[in-house]
Design a protein. Structure first.
Ligand code: NAD
Length: 496
């Protein structure tokens, strides 16, 4: 058991905090570490260190910044297994899933290596006689990242590599529930040659976040987490005149057309609904069966029943425990609510426990049928291994249903019809659409583009949008006089 250190100005050190948050192994709730609630002085020191480092880091040539990212991605690959083990120990994710969490972060670092071409501005010659205009892209300053528990490698890596590659410096406040993985990510970043102060890591909860949100030297805020916190952070950051991007909760629908490949649909739905114990912002939590495809629902329940939760190093485990007893309690009360509301519970995982690990946060796969829009289990993000099934008669009805939902993170359609797929992709009001792909998380040369209540802000994570989020554009209009003949004052706004 250890106290998680802070990273300030290139040094890992113990906090002077008076309060600590327990970090536990979700499989049995044993204590594995304690995360400090950093003091205001420590938070201010982290921002001051990032501010001082910005003055020199912004001057480091773009290719040199990219080379730090090159070394970093190599180190992440060399430490892939070790990172995944740390990640499993504090999240309970299976080893394969933990490796996936790290891998999707490594992909963003690979994209950050390409920063040079993304930092190119535009030019136009002779916008007026002898006058040229060109633009440069310049970093903002100190950026802040606040991350959730469910992807402790991928989501920090969505943020600081792109921000820092663009020439900014960064303060990361990872989830207090699994801070060990981000700490190891930061150690490797220093090892890759990041100068001191370029990345700082502080710990704590809402008080620490709120202090940072009010800090004048922070220019941009990236947040990923739940809807209420996302709304609060977006409002506070923008009220404080900061740039903000806040990725929030979700309720992702998969639409199943009767012409779809049945075995593909069923196996994809199993993994996409209860994989990672349903604790993915892109998990499929609602399956919408169109027409005769609803006949497949009993078979889907049978397949879900075969998924066994288990320990991180059990190769046969489908997924691990939920992150905390509170998360488990919340999921169990929503399952109870679903039954009271009259949804048909075809599979109930509320009683599941793993032998020898009864104190862990286990919930077995759960499936409801005949779910309706007025039910709380439909309206709320459950964030557990629970799939809600609904049936409609036509594709039009399915599209209208998905579009009425206030969330817009991800959706998918399973069909053999190009026309149905084309209609769905065009008309659906959701930011990320999969066609026969259940969880359409874009690779990092695109951006992660949630809509509606799943995202507050304008520019999204990674890809070109992240470069625009973490930079300012400076546009220069330039004339070089070839002779010294005065042309007289120009009394208009027109370029002459
Ligand atoms: P959370 O909102 O509880 O916490 C996220 C971060 O905010 C943590 O670092 C936490 O310390 C901080 N925080 C919590 N309460 C706060 C408050 N009142 N004021 C200021 N800061 C506060 O989220 P979580 O439970 O860690 O993560 C799960 C949620 O994240 C789910 O809703 C999931 O859908 C969402 N998520 C969304 C995406 C996306 O891309 N849209 C990706 C991953 C997770």
């Amino acid at each position: 058991m250890k106290n998680v250190p802070l990273l300030i100005n290139g040094e890992f050190s113990q906090s002077q905090a008076e309060q600590y948050i327990e970090v536990t192994n979700p499989a049995d709730n044993s204590l594995i570490a304690k995360a400090p609630c950093a003091t205001e002085t420590e938070l201010d020191m982290a921002v001051a260190s990032a501010k001082a480092a910005f003055e020199s880091w912004r001057e480091v040539p773009v290719p040199e910044r990219a080379r730090v990212m090159m070394r970093y991605q190599q180190l992440l690959k060399e430490h892939h297994n070790e990172l995944a083990e740390i990640l499993s120990s504090e999240t309970g994710k299976t080893f394969a899933d933990a490796k996936g969490d790290v891998w999707r972060g490594i992909e963003v670092v690979e994209q950050a290596i390409n920063v040079s071409s993304m930092m190119m501005g535009e030019t136009a010659e002779n916008v007026a006689r002898g006058i040229d205009t060109y633009s440069y892209i310049q970093p903002l300053g100190v950026c802040l990242g606040i991350t959730p528990f469910n992807f402790p490698a991928m989501i920090p890596l969505w943020m600081f590599p792109m921000a820092i590659a663009c020439g900014n410096t960064f303060v990361l406040k990872p989830s207090e529930q699994d801070p060990l993985t981000p700490t190891r990510l930061a150690e490797l970043f220093l090892q890759a040659g990041a100068p001191k102060g370029v990345l700082n890591v502080v710990h704590g909860g809402k008080d620490q976040v709120n202090h940072l949100l009010n800090h004048d030297d922070i220019k941009a805020v990236s947040f990923v987490g739940s809807v209420p916190v996302g709304q609060h952070i977006y409002k506070t950051a923008t009220d404080n005149m900061k740039r903000a991007q806040c990725f929030a909760g979700a309720k992702n629908h998969s639409v199943i057309m009767p012409d779809a490949n049945k075995s593909q649909v069923l196996s994809n739905l199993v993994g996409a609904s209860v994989g990672a114990a349903g604790q993915r912002c892109m998990a499929i939590s609602v399956a919408v069966f169109v027409g005769d495809s609803q006949d497949w629902i009993p078979e889907l329940a049978e397949m879900l029943k075969e998924v066994k939760p288990g320990l991180w190093n059990d190769d046969n485990a489908g997924y691990g425990p939920l992150i905390s007893p509170q998360a488990k309690q919340r999921v169990l009360s929503l399952i109870e609510q679903g039954k009271l509301e009259g949804a048909e519970c075809l599979l109930d995982g509320s009683e599941f426990t793993l032998a020898g690990y009864e104190a862990g946060n286990w919930v077995g796969p759960t499936m409801f049928n005949n779910v309706t829009e007025d039910m709380v289990i439909y309206q709320q993000e459950i964030f557990g291994p629970v799939l809600c099934c609904m049936s409609v008669e036509t594709l039009e009805e399915a599209i209208a249903l998905v579009n009425r939902n206030p969330f817009g993170n991800g959706t998918s359609i399973f069909t053999a019809s190009g026309a149905a797929a084309r209609k769905y992709q065009h008309e659906i009001e959701v930011g990320q659409v999969g066609i026969n792909v259940p969880i359409p998380v874009p690779l990092p040369f695109f951006s992660f583009t949630g809509w509606k209540n799943s995202f507050y802000g304008d520019l999204h994570a990674y890809g070109k949008q992240a470069v625009r989020f973490y930079t300012e554009t400076k546009t220069i209009t330039s004339r070089w006089f070839e002779d010294d003949i005065p042309s007289g004052p120009n009394m208009t706004i027109t370029l002459k």
